[in-house]
Design a protein around this ligand. Structure first.
Ligand code: FMN
Length: 343
């Protein structure tokens, strides 16, 4: 592999995606690195103390790793739309003893400045960004601290902006990806362009090294992404049932349930487009949900937490990419290596 990743010691060109909300763990990141791949700690939703501890835990193993941040990209919610949506979903939350009418509008920045300060004072090998492009000054400071800076993009236009801002590498994320889309324009549902086609279009636009992500579930699909211009692939969903993943039991179970749920891109849980397994909540509320991250995330979060504790898969955000039927319950190392067999 001839890229900045090789300089970090990466030899297995299938990387472990950051997975906020539980599935991503320090153990998964360490296991990926020990398999000559690279994993990313998810800083999203975490407080700085927890992130600091998790970085220390991975660092103690003496392996390369990355940290992924949600870049503030506030899509302020219309208060009337927020109230209407809270009223609509109230019975679902009530089923788990949660009263959403007591939840106000929260428009926070996920502790952006504190997290950047941490990553500048204790630099890590790689940082990746999603949801928006940080200021060029932040990118410059991280690079000056010796950190490889990687930006998630979902279109050639976003790739051009990221290149202009001075990042080192791009993650090109297709809409088949599980979890949130990294789109810079969350008010639009990302176009469903197959990953090889998206990679070719981005390759045509910028000369930065590319990592392809979204829907990669088989060795042939990984090989296809590399042929289309990516220097490496990145998988999230393929690792959701890994031994080292922190995926909840109802989420793991839903991935392999005999009735094939299929996936859908929905704003129902967070106000930002994300791909999830279809369930009662996506079917009933996707058309009603207003755009508005992070307010909708904070509105539904207590219900999702209670539903997870109660093992109720119908009211949880079961993030999953289109390749979810191929997931396997085995070690992170075996899953990553298994995806490279045709290379
Ligand atoms: C459960 C889950 C959580 C995710 N959390 C993050 C995250 O915190 N940051 C991020 O940049 N991407 C996140 N993603 C998206 C991944 O980075 C990646 O783009 C995606 O998993 C690739 O598609 P695949 O799931 O089909 O492999 C998440 C994906 C999943 C499935």
């Amino acid at each position: 592999m001839n890229s900045p990743l090789a300089d970090l010691g990466v030899r297995t060109p299938v990387l472990a995606a950051p997975m906020a909300g539980g599935p991503g763990t320090p153990a998964l990141v360490v296991a990926a690195a020990q398999a000559d791949s690279l994993g990313f700690l998810a800083a999203g939703y975490k407080d700085v103390a927890t992130l600091t501890e998790q970085i220390a835990e991975v660092r103690d193993n003496g392996v390369p790793f990355g940290v992924n941040l949600f870049v503030p990209s506030p899509q302020p919610i219309d208060p009337a739309a927020f109230q209407d949506y809270a009223r609509a979903i109230a019975p679902e939350a009530h089923a788990h003893g949660v009263d959403v009418r007591t939840i106000g509008i929260v428009e926070d920045d996920d502790r952006w400045h504190e997290k950047i300060e941490l990553l500048l004072s204790q630099p890590v090998p790689a940082v990746s960004f999603t949801f928006a492009l940080p200021d060029a000054a932040v990118i410059r400071s991280l690079r000056a601290a010796g950190t490889l800076v990687i930006q998630t993009v979902t279109s050639p236009a976003e790739a051009a902006q990221a290149a202009e801002a001075g990042v080192d590498m791009l993650i090109v994320q297709a809409s088949a990806a599980g979890g949130h889309s990294g789109t810079f324009t969350p008010q639009h549902t990302p176009a469903s362009v197959p990953l090889p086609q998206l990679l070719a279009a981005v390759r045509h636009t910028v000369s930065l090294p590319l990592i392809g992500a979204g829907g990669l579930a088989t060795p042939d699909q990984v090989a296809g992404a590399l042929r289309a211009g990516a220097g490496a692939a990145m998988v999230g969903t393929a690792l959701l049932r890994a031994d080292e993943a922190g995926t909840s039991l109802p989420h793991r179970t839903a991935l392999t349930a005999p009735t094939d749920r299929g996936t859908t891109v929905t704003r129902a849980f967070t106000g930002r487009p994300a791909r999830a397994l279809r369930n009662h909540f996506t079917e009933r509320y996707s058309d009603l949900a207003p755009g508005g991250y992070p307010a909708v995330h904070h509105l539904t979060s207590p219900m999702r937490r209670a539903a997870t504790a109660a093992q109720d898969p119908e009211r949880i955000n079961l993030w999953a990419g289109t390749g979810y039927r191929q997931t396997r319950a085995e070690s992170t190392a075996r899953i990553l290596q298994g995806l490279t067999t045709t290379l």
